[in-house]
Design a protein around this ligand. Sequence first.
Ligand code: 5GP
Length: 198
Amino acid sequence: MKRGVLMIVSGPSGSGKGTIVKQLENDDNIKVSVSATTRKPRAGEEHGVHYYFMEKDEFLSCVDDGEMLEYNEYCENYYGTPLMGVEPFLKEGKDVILEIDVNGAKQVSKIMKCVKLFILPPSMQLLKKRLCLRGTETEEALNIRLNQAHFEMEQAYNYDYLVVNDNIDDAVNKVKSILIAQRHRVFNMKDKLDELLK
Ligand code: 5GP
């Protein structure tokens, strides 16, 4: 069985990366990893669907038990990727998407072959507007997220691809094209070539 592609999708809160990733989920060959977090659920968010919502001590004991591929503290909450949502699917040949922050991306790319993609907002003004419209943040939390957005975008130089989200459908198509291109990199097609040359 050919191993799937591991793709990391990062971008500041309000860049629309969640909406893009959600659309990718409709593809049967793609598995979107569900992260664990100690953040409280927002309206409409479901345990096991959007996140595994956990208490801090439960989260940290999963980390101690080696159950997280990576984890990070972000805006005073922990976020992490449970290993069980990644490796078995890659082995099955599915492409796995991790929607994680820049620190998590750094950790994962040190230990696994992956392609790193960063979603950019069309402008900083629009990013601020999107965060305000979301209305889920207090004024203080909004400012923390805006500063965080700036910090994260500075790290985007280290990614493999940048996609500007000025239109959801276009952005989704670009991400899908990158995934297809990645599947055809020589290191991902090597087994086929070996077989043909046998
Ligand atoms: P939010 O609270 O807006 O859902 O997510 C905040 C940030 O945490 C986003 O940048 C998101 O990509 C990141 N994040 C979500 N899940 C994970 C994870 O499993 N690991 C890491 N390192 N970051 C995550």
